[in-house]
Design a protein around this ligand. Structure first.
Ligand SMILES: Cc1cc2nc3c(=O)[nH]c(=O)nc-3n(C[C@H](O)[C@H](O)[C@H](O)COP(=O)(O)O)c2cc1C
Length: 153
């Protein structure tokens, strides 16, 4: 079984999660694909496709949305799993649902919010101010949910 993990990341956490999922797929060939480095991937090479990104101001990265919409027909013929990184727990369910096209969301065999991180050293001034004011969190915090990541193995 060949697997690809296609992701977008703003501060590195979705990439960290992609690597954690890859480690769990030790007995099958797994490649990582950062949407920032290119948007064309030959999906016919893969049996399993895992797509992930992170929520900022309520939405997933545009590159993830565009990728899913552009490849929707092909993705619906594959085993697909979806993840998002996010920190605002009361909104997790709606953030996850809104992140992906409805058909793809319903088709996916796993779809999870895997938690996230606030990495203050990676944020610009405005991001730091927003995160401090909205969440009340003032220092680097990691809330990656490893039991959710296990569901992707
Ligand atoms: C400026 C900013 C806005 C964010 N907005 C949201 C949000 O609306 N909802 C949420 O659940 N998490 C929000 N987060 C938390 C991110 O989803 C979390 O930091 C995630 O781990 C980022 O992953 P990345 O490094 O792969 O981009 C926000 C984080 C930042 C820095």
């Amino acid at each position: 079984m060949r697997t690809t993990i296609i992701y977008a990341t703003s501060h590195g956490t979705s990439e960290k999660v992609a690597n954690l999922i890859k480690e769990k797929h030790k007995n099958c060939e797994t490649t990582l694909f950062n949407l920032k480095e290119g948007k064309t991937i030959d999906l016919s090479l893969y049996d399993n496709i895992i797509i992930g990104g992170s929520i900022h101001a309520g939405s997933i990265q545009n590159s993830v949305k565009e990728f899913c919409n552009k490849n929707l027909v092909d993705l619906l013929q594959k085993r697909v799993a979806l993840y998002v990184c996010a920190m605002n727990e009361p909104e997790f369910e709606s953030e996850l649902k809104n992140a992906f096209p409805e058909l793809l969301y319903n088709h996916a065999y796993v779809k999870e919010v895997v938690g996230g991180e606030f990495l203050f050293d990676k944020m610009n001034f405005i991001e730091k101010m927003l995160v401090r004011n909205i969440s009340g969190i003032k220092e680097t915090t990691s809330k990656i949910n490893h039991s959710k990541i296990d569901l992707f193995s």
